[in-house]
Design a protein around this ligand. Sequence first.
Ligand SMILES: Cc1ncc(C[n+]2csc(CCOP(=O)(O)OP(=O)(O)O)c2C)c(N)n1
Ligand SMILES: [Mg+2]
Length: 667
Amino acid sequence: MSTLHKNLSNAIRFLSVDAVEKAGSGHPGMPMGMADVVTVLFRNFLKFNPKNPNWLNRDRFVLSAGHGSMLLYSLLYLTGYKSISLDDIKNFRQLNSICAGHPEYHPGTGIETTTGPLGQGIANAVGFALAEEILKNKVGKEIINHKTYVLAGDGCLMEGISHEALSFAGHLKLKNLILLFDNNSISIDGPTKLAVSDNTKKRFESYGWDYVDINGHNEKQIFKALKKAQKAKRPFAISCKTTIGYGSPNKGGKESSHGSPLGENEINLVRKKLNWNYKPFEIPNKIKTEWNKIGEKASAYAQKDEAKQQKTLNKLGWLGWSLNRNFVNNYPPGFKNHRDNINSSIEKTKKEYLKNLNPVATRKSSEMFLELVTSLPNLIGGSADLAGSNNTKTKNHKILKPGNFKGNYIHYGVREHAMCGIMNGLSLHSGLIPYGGTFLIFSDYCKPSIRLAAMMKQRVIYIFTHDSIGLGEDGPTHQPIEQLSGLRSIPNLNVFRPADTIETFECWQLALESKETPSVIALSRQKLDPVRKKYSEINKCSKGAYELLRTGDNIKVILLSSGSETSIAIDVSHKLATENIYSKVISMPCQELFDKQDEVYKKEIFSGTELLVSIEASKTDFWKKYTGSNGLNFGINDFGKSAPYKDIYDHFGLNVESITKGIKKRI
Ligand SMILES: Cc1ncc(C[n+]2csc(CCOP(=O)(O)OP(=O)(O)O)c2C)c(N)n1
Ligand SMILES: [Mg+2]
């Protein structure tokens, strides 16, 4: 091992050790173990630009083993990113420090994604690699042609999502994806053999990956493996045998170095053993300069590449333009025309629909909408093996195939969790807009990735169909009850549940325009009667809730509802009116948007009477914030039933008769 390599990698080790020590918490073991591997990667292979971290054609580096965050912060600081200073590192894990406990995505900082929940980063990396292939196909390899590296540990590979994502990457032949496995055979509880005895090599090979075993502390072996990976025809895994807490005489190779400070005495011993005679946080100029040179060299290459790209991007019209700007804000003129055409076809279709007013399942309404927007080149659809049920695939879609990335529709297979983790990667890469479908009940299989999309402010759209007991005979295992409440409780996530075709169109439009908030669109399996029968240019769903109907001036009841229950609310309202009990119906397709309205609007919605009633075929708790404890909540607080759907509605008292009776008792 060269002295220079030793010095470079030790700089990462000691910054990590010192930062964890100062913070009084953190994970020194992984950065100490993987310092050699990432030093070779950043020094010899990674294409990155500290001067422009947003450089479109940069290699993506994803730290899936997010607990080793200090490894990433050290690298960014040492190579000259402005986003991380030595003071930031000294503030590791302190309030508002960029050096948070686990890496938190911030555009333009070199932190490509938020990691920490193990395994997520692997799925994100598959999304990055897939985005690279998709965009390369659209704009040419002169503009996009880069690698995605993901560093994953034993924990990431034990997580179920890794199986889904790795298997999918192998299937698609994502040749620019390289996984660095920190194979230290230690996790928190001790040696991994306590819990796992997989043959990792066979596992990867069965997925269709190339796989090599190396000594992760041997500079030459690391170099050789990475060199080989550059030319791979399929995704490439490098299993790096490492020692967790490398350099620590008493804690190296042991779980005790995983997740707590080494302690002053032990750190002194590490300093001796690795021959590092510097104070805490001191990186001698000579070594800092060498790291800086690595950053400078990378920048110089990147700048040349960027200049070359700029010319091509200019020729590519609006797609190139928007790519260059990460798809945000101010679209160029070409795009505006395109969007205007799409928008006018949306309005035309709405008007056509309003002439007939047929009952339509909202999943079908969503398909009608998708047919109109499939030509948006940044929209990438898909489903976890439920394309026909979710109605996510239209006749205008082309399927994306292994090794052929021309399509705009992804068959994710039965891999809900990976689908959502991959969609995060697709979105993060440069602003593609991914949408993916499954049944609402299986949003539980997606939840960790949805939460991260919300945290990272990504425009990911979840099409969750079969959104209630209305799915009928498949029974309680398939009938969502508490799922809407669970999703509504995630910050920065819009949960739309449209009541008919017009609302579905409006909610889809809002989801597409929602640049910093992911959206769930919950859709019915069963046909729904239209509740909006007149054309309106205004997107009424944009305020989250609006008055749909009023049967008289002097109202006694306000009925709040969403989705398939809105037409029940309308019927209840009319029924009550026949007995001179007047009411208004508030359609509430999106609680989150409503909660953002000003007090005047909220007051207007709730004005007129004290008795508020909610009707939704799901858990009732979340509605109580509007109805209060004196209100009435018609919903389901138990698991569903296997039966034809109308019988289940009757069973749970979700019909006009039972609800009217319940309301009358209170008036
Ligand atoms: C989904 C998830 N489960 C549990 C944890 C808590 N956790 C953090 S690190 C870790 C062990 C990881 O082992 P490994 O990947 O081998 O990391 P190493 O100890 O080698 O650094 C666990 C269980 C987590 N971060 N995410
Ligand atoms: Mg480990």
